[in-house]
Design a protein around this ligand. Structure first.
Ligand SMILES: O=P(O)(O)O[C@@H]1C[C@H](O)[C@@H](CO)O1
Ligand SMILES: Nc1nc2[nH]cnc2c(=O)[nH]1
Length: 293
């Protein structure tokens, strides 16, 4: 049923990739960042950059989606050593779910302690607007109900336990930090919190599917993040994630709206600066505030 589960993603494979990277740069990141669709600009703001194209990194998948540059960028953000994925992998690109989330294990082996993930998502919550930033407090892994969980396969104890807890997946202190930073930056009007639901994609939702997800308790829907979060938590890293609301999901048969990737990228462009500022300030405060560190 899962032919590729457990092959090519061993501890030794991940270690080989991490060793290769550490031999190319002296930067030892403690924060790892994953940039969602159209949100890759943050990587360009890192200082003292050392960047790798995914195609040059051993065992690494390739980005195939417009808006995902396919570069792993090491550098510093306000003096703090970071590694930033400028582009991520999705189930709909044809990768097994284990491969989609593989970079989290590389992060761990590089020394990353805190992971910050971003994504573009459609709003199911009717109070949300395009341009809102939704701090993710929990997720629903829809493909997971059909067996698409990145931890399927033999468990590697050196990464984590067989049955990891997920009720604390999204670090509450980091959520509070994001709220505080957002308020300080004057982002209160477009800062929200909510539940993210991942679907496999690449087709956007039908109206019936959207209504169902909304009734199940999801505030936003997307095609990523939850798989990475599961693997990051399995190996003991702290996780913070947010969605940029790029479109209102169509839930009305009379609507003329049609979801499309171009509007997703455009919404990313419009909020790029605030997204970067939020992450950058959070990273600084994680470093300097022991309550959050
Ligand atoms: O990588 P993310 O989750 O930000 O990308 C979202 C989901 C699809 O890949 C794409 C749809 O426009 O944006
Ligand atoms: N599944 C899904 N992913 C998205 N990514 C950005 N917007 C959407 C959306 O409306 N649905």
């Amino acid at each position: 049923m899962f032919p590729e589960a457990g092959t090519g993603y061993s501890y030794e494979d991940c270690m080989a990739t991490a060793d290769w990277l550490m031999a190319q740069t002296d930067i030892r990141p403690t924060v790892g960042i994953v940039c969602g669709s159209g949100l890759g600009g943050l990587a360009d703001t890192l200082k003292d950059q050392v960047a790798f194209n995914y195609k040059d990194i051993p065992n690494f998948p390739q980005s195939t989606v417009h808006g995902h540059a396919g570069r792993l960028v090491f550098g510093t953000l306000k003096g703090r050593p970071c590694v930033c994925m400028q582009g991520r992998f999705h189930l709909y690109e044809g990768y097994p779910v284990q491969k989609v989330a593989l970079p989290m294990r590389i992060f761990k082996l590089l020394g990353v302690e805190t992971v910050i993930l971003t994504n573009a998502a459609g709003a199911l919550n009717e109070d949300f607007k395009v341009g809102d930033i939704m701090i993710i407090k929990d997720h629903i892994n829809m493909p997971g109900f059909a067996g698409n969980n990145p931890l399927v396969g033999p468990n590697e104890e050196r990464f984590g336990v067989r049955f990891p807890c997920m009720s604390d997946a999204y670090d509450r202190e980091l959520q509070q930090l994001a709220m505080d930073v957002g308020q300080d930056l004057g982002y209160g009007e477009f800062l929200r919190e909510g539940v993210y639901c991942v679907v496999a994609g690449p087709s956007f939702e039908t109206i019936a599917e959207s209504r169902m997800l909304h009734r199940l308790g999801a505030d936003a829907v997307g095609m990523s993040t939850a798989f990475e979060v599961i693997v990051a938590r399995h190996c003991g890293m702290r996780v913070f994630a947010f969605s940029l609301i790029t479109n209102q999901v169509v839930m009305d048969y009379d609507s003329e709206e049609k979801a499309n990737h171009e509007e997703v990228l455009e919404a990313g462009k419009q909020r790029e600066q605030q997204v970067e500022q939020l992450i950058c300030t959070m990273v600084t405060r994680i470093e300097h505030n022991n309550n959050y560190a």
